[in-house]
Design a protein around this ligand. Structure first.
Ligand SMILES: Nc1ncnc2c1ncn2[C@@H]1O[C@H](COP(=O)(O)OP(=O)(O)OP(=O)(O)O)[C@@H](O)[C@H]1O
Ligand SMILES: [Mg+2]
Length: 242
């Protein structure tokens, strides 16, 4: 499984008006890997994740998924290629129940798997099963994050994009969510690209990682290498969230 590129981002530049948020980014994610992207506020991490999903689109460079150039595809067609996203801020539907949120995540193509997929998500996050009739907006932050991931999984993704799943959550809850991501990767071979400010948790989880500064990748390596790297330690780990 590993060793084959599922996602390749090549020389990508993304702009907001005249402002260049991504200044020539190259990353790759192989099938079966967990790869993370770490960096400070405003580095461009979410912009990269959104560029992969086609909104905003890259002005320069290309995004190749499963051997196909998706740079200029509209977002709904990119989603059909089985790239699913849990965006920054979770963006669940607050007035819908947990169960309805999961329904929203399942594409029409996946309806025959619906019961099976919901059961899988309830096994992964038993809390969601207990709360299935509760409105999304009344869940705790950790439960909302579980729901956001669960909803993305309902699309049966080949690539799962996670933008700051740890944001605002207590360390113990983060541990549980990261353990679930690891489980999906190990048991289902799910490929994951993770954006995180919580560098310690992300690097521990990941096979490989990239560091982004001002819209550029400045470092890359295995999770272990970057955890031990003095520059990474000084900038992202010392005194940071552990
Ligand atoms: N919609 C937008 N319009 C204009 N500029 C934007 C927009 N979204 C982001 N930016 C700018 O692009 C740059 C990168 O932002 P981005 O949200 O990608 O960073 P980030 O690494 O995800 O940060 P954080 O860790 O705070 O989530 C920032 O300078 C930001 O101000
Ligand atoms: Mg962000």
């Amino acid at each position: 499984m590993a060793g084959e590129p599922l996602l390749k981002v090549q020389g990508v530049e993304t702009y907001y008006g005249n402002i260049r948020a991504l200044a020539g980014v190259d990353i790759s994610v192989d099938k079966g890997e967990i790869v993370s992207l770490i960096g400070a506020n405003g580095a461009g991490k979410s912009t990269l994740m959104m560029t992969i999903c086609g909104s905003p689109q890259a002005r320069v460079g290309s995004v190749i998924f499963d051997g196909e150039d998706i740079t200029r595809l509209p977002t709904h067609l990119i989603a059909r290629k089985r790239i699913a996203q849990s965006p920054e801020g979770r963006r669940i539907f607050p007035r819908m129940t947990v169960f309805e949120n999961l329904q929203m995540g399942a594409g029409l193509d996946n309806l025959k798997f619906f019961n099976e997929d919901v059961e899988k998500i309830f096994t992964l996050f038993p809390r969601l099963k207990e709360r299935q009739s509760q409105r999304g907006g009344t869940l705790s932050g950790g439960e909302q994050q579980m729901l956001s991931i669960g909803r993305a999984l309902m699309a049966r993704p080949k690539l799962l994009l996670l933008d700051e799943p740890s944001l605002g959550l207590a360390p113990l809850i983060v541990k549980g969510i990261f353990a679930a991501i690891k489980k999906l990767n190990q048991e289902e071979g799910l490929t994951v690209f993770l954006v995180e400010q919580n560098a310690f948790a992300a690097l521990k989880l990941s096979d490989r990682a990239y560091v982004m500064v001002n819209g550029k990748v400045t470092m890359s390596g295995s999770g272990k290498e970057l955890l031990a790297n003095p520059e990474v330690r000084a900038a992202y780990l010392e005194g940071g969230r552990h």
